[in-house]
Write a protein that binds this ligand. Structure first.
Ligand code: NAP
Length: 305
């Protein structure tokens, strides 16, 4: 453990798009960092950029850190990184807090809760709303499930990432809230694509149409940070892949089914994302659903000529 008043050492497992953006924000806040990634080259490259170190396994990362943040693709990745003899739980010391920020099934961390408690290790789910840009600038919204004491210990690593931190209840409630938030985001993404392509088809310049959508009553922060992706998809780096969007929509469908709900808009969005990511296009950005719509519209018009 660090001595009282010392800066806690933060471990980050998963230096993909979001994990590396979060590492930059935490580094800027002056906290010492240790990194681990399944593909070690990515962690080493980021460590060289930030002047920090890497760990050889998740267990060693947890042994070296006071607070560990995990930012991983999906349920399987979280299970692989927390479990087993090289996993985070095997290496974590009494008093360490493990915080999962990935978008995953609400029950996924629960299977580790008893072992973590027995070892005196804190466990929180804290998925995020935002993007790579808002992660880098420390403007994410965090949705936390778990014990208040664990959250208090994790705060030094979470505060540099976020403008809002909501504590929602026991472990799993953060993950469930994130799926509810994404139900809105997926609806909005599809609505922006449809409104934009409709305006274009009606002869309005794409940039002007986007400006109006962003300034309208439906304008939301999402329209601000997805602007480049909608206006110039070819030249804009991928921020959130269609594969991850499909994963989230499957999680939403499973949560809805488990509580006896039917969500017609989310079901439609999953179908749209499945089409847009077919033929090996799952790595494209989520905003490319607008391009899909342009293509589909052109195709169906050809069909009726
Ligand atoms: P990403 O760039 O694809 O990174 C995924 C990370 O997960 C990489 O570090 C990858 O390691 C790791 N990983 C995948 N499978 C693994 C496994 N089986 N074992 C160990 N590690 C594994 O994805 P991202 O955009 O950063 O997203 C990460 C999470 O944040 C996802 O749950 C996503 O839904 C959520 N999220 C993303 C955004 C966004 O705007 N991108 C916003 C909010 C939430 P390798 O490098 O070795 O492949």
């Amino acid at each position: 453990m660090t001595t009282p008043g010392a800066r806690p050492i933060v471990g980050i497992a998963g230096t993909g798009r979001m994990g590396s953006a979060m590492a930059r924000a935490i580094h800027r806040a002056g906290l010492p960092l240790v990194l681990w990634n399944r593909d070690p080259a990515k962690a080493e490259e980021l460590a060289a950029e930030l002047g920090t170190t890497t760990a050889a396994t998740p267990a060693r990362l947890a042994a070296a850190a006071d607070i560990v943040l995990t930012m991983l693709a999906d349920d399987e990745a979280v299970a692989a990184v927390y479990d087993g003899q090289d996993g985070l739980l095997a290496g974590a010391r009494r008093g360490t807090v493990l915080v999962d920020l990935s978008t995953v099934t609400p029950a996924v961390l629960g299977r580790f809760a008893a072992d973590a408690r027995a070892a005196g290790v804190g466990l929180l789910d804290s998925p995020v709303s935002g993007s790579t840009a808002t992660a880098t600038s420390g403007q994410l919204t965090l949705m936390v499930g778990g014990d208040a004491d664990d959250l208090a210990r994790a705060r030094p690593a979470l505060e540099p990432l976020a403008t809002s931190i909501f504590h929602l209840g026991p472990l799993g409630t953060g993950a469930a809230m994130k799926l509810a938030v994404n139900t809105l985001i997926f609806g909005l993404n599809q609505a922006v694509a449809e409104g934009l392509v409709l305006a274009e088809r009606a002869g309005i310049d794409r940039v002007a149409a986007y400006q109006v959508l962003a300034a309208s009553a439906a304008g939301a922060p999402y329209l601000g940070y997805k602007k480049a992706a909608f206006l110039d998809p070819e030249a804009t780096p991928v921020a959130f892949s269609l594969d991850l969007a499909a994963k989230d929509l499957r999680l939403i469908a499973a949560l809805a089914a488990s509580v006896g709900l039917s969500l017609p808009q989310a079901d439609t969005n999953l179908e749209v994302i499945r089409r847009a990511s077919s033929d090996g296009r799952g790595g494209n950005d989520f905003a490319t659903v607008a391009g899909e719509l342009r293509g589909l519209t052109a195709h169906s018009q050809e069909g009726v000529r």
